[in-house]
Design a protein around this ligand. Structure first.
Ligand code: COA
Length: 423
């Protein structure tokens, strides 16, 4: 297939924006509002088609505010138009850390299936989507290099159609997703239902096709999957496989679980109370240093009180609320771990963010208690929220066990890809 004529509109080229890092997106600037509305519509269409969950997408207003208020990251995006069409057919987004990992650009490619475009609809065209995906990724990488970011990491929003080398325990509550349930095509509408959106390869299939182990050592991806082929041809390697899961809040208890012996729950919503900032900075540093990264070339972040304060400020300014439960040692008040959900007003889906327990306190059920207590807090404070979603590295067995116990149900597997263009 010949490549369609594509036109990229980059956020850096919008009037009033400053590509040098000012990150000003003035409220009154109509071009920015239109740009972000289009981005949000593509994000929703992609999330709906690939993960069955449109509310995973960030609302336009939240994203604009976050871009302006987040001191930790520089963000850019581009909309892509094809041929003479007015409605964008795809987009990329770049997230570039400003406090560490200064050579890294995290890339998201949004290419909803042809039939699922918010404005155009129309018949499906997988080949067009694949070509478009490759072109969008290439443009995002070119922009990242322009900005001095040669290390590229892609969080693929598309679930992998199939995976191998994962035991049934990883696949979900013992169930093995059935190929028949999903039909033969990645795009088939049967896969848009609420059930699991993955399948594990049968042994015969695994033996018949070429399998590529991911760098983390847990899981393999089939070489003939269209997305795997596309990413490898673009020079990426699969570094980690992640499991996407959703917890329906109606299915979990609304009461606090028993508090672990010798501890107290400490709960808040919104910004971190000043008296907890130093310990929260320490716990975030522990998280960054001990979460499994697979084979990714990511440098752990070091946090201090000021970074906690500025991060909280950015989250609040974006219209996002953090719902936090920590566990304190009753004797000395030391925080042993915490977990946080984030949500945006008007969106019925919350996001599970960090969970961490100090290494010396692990294996005593603290993380499970923290998640249950936070789910109860969320239900009490925000009864309009129906579900929480999360991604977890598939080699993080303790986290997967905790999530299963807390009520998360697996829906899909996704892959983290990396291309290291550093000298
Ligand atoms: C993941 C983490 C929060 C778990 O904290 P914790 O307080 O030790 O968790 P719990 O004690 O509540 O539960 C641990 C579960 O993992 C299980 N587990 C522990 N090690 C395991 C292993 N190697 N393989 C399989 N299961 C294991 C335990 O048996 C327990 O499950 P169970 O209740 O069914 O027996 C902690 O290990 C941590 O902070 N890790 C680093 C940060 C991180 O990875 N966060 C998550 C990123 S998404």
């Amino acid at each position: 297939m010949t490549q369609p004529a594509l036109r990229f509109l980059r956020s850096a080229d919008l009037p009033g924006d400053d590509a040098s890092g000012e990150r000003l997106l003035p409220e009154e600037e109509a071009a920015h509002a239109t740009f972000h509305e289009a981005l949000a519509a593509l994000d929703r269409a992609t999330c709906a088609a690939e993960l069955g969950t449109p509310d995973l997408a960030e609302p336009a207003q939240t994203r604009r505010r976050r871009w302006a208020a987040d001191a930790n990251q520089h963000r850019e995006a581009a909309l892509v138009r094809a041929g003479g069409e007015e409605a964008p057919v795809g987009a990329w987004m770049l997230h570039m850390p400003l406090l560490d990992n200064l050579e890294l650009a995290e890339i998201e490619v949004l290419v909803p299936p042809r039939g699922a475009h918010p404005a155009t609809g129309g018949p499906g065209d997988e080949e067009f989507d694949t070509v478009l995906h490759g072109a969008v990724l290439a443009d995002a990488r070119a922009r990242a290099r322009e900005l001095g970011r040669p290390l590229h990491c892609v969080f693929a929003p598309q679930p992998l159609f199939s995976a191998a080398g994962l035991g049934p325990a990883l696949a979900g509550s013992g169930e093995r997703a059935d190929a028949e349930a999903h039909g033969p095509s990645r795009r088939s509408p049967e896969r848009l239902g609420p059930g699991p959106r993955y399948r594990l390869l049968t042994e015969a299939e695994a033996e018949a096709g070429e399998l590529l182990p991911v760098a983390s050592g847990t899981g393999s991806v089939p070489a003939d999957d269209p997305q795997v082929r596309l990413m490898r041809e673009a020079g990426f390697r699969a570094v980690q496989m992640e499991r996407f899961s959703v917890m329906e809040l109606a299915a979990v208890p609304a009461q606090l679980p028993p508090v672990p012996a010798g501890c107290d729950f400490v709960q808040w919503h919104g910004e971190t109370p000043p008296e907890h900032r130093a310990q929260m900075a320490d716990l975030r540093t522990v998280f960054s240093a001990t979460q499994p990264l697979g084979g990714a070339a990511f440098t752990p972040a070091v946090w201090d009180e000021e970074r906690v304060r500025r991060t909280d400020e950015g989250v609040r300014a974006a219209g996002i609320e953090a719902i936090v439960t920590a566990l304190a040692d009753r004797e000395d008040g030391r925080l042993l771990g915490f977990t946080v959900f984030e949500h945006t007003a008007g969106v019925p889906l919350a996001h599970q963010e960090i969970t961490v327990v100090r290494p010396e306190a692990r294996g005593r059920g603290f993380a499970t208690a923290l998640k249950r207590a936070n789910a109860a807090q969320l239900r009490r404070l925000r009864p309009e929220i129906s579900a929480v979603c999360t991604w977890n590295a598939v080699e993080n067995l303790p986290m997967l066990a905790v999530n299963r116990a807390a009520g998360f149900v697996p829906r899909a597997f996704t892959v983290v890809w990396e291309a290291d263009g550093r000298e």
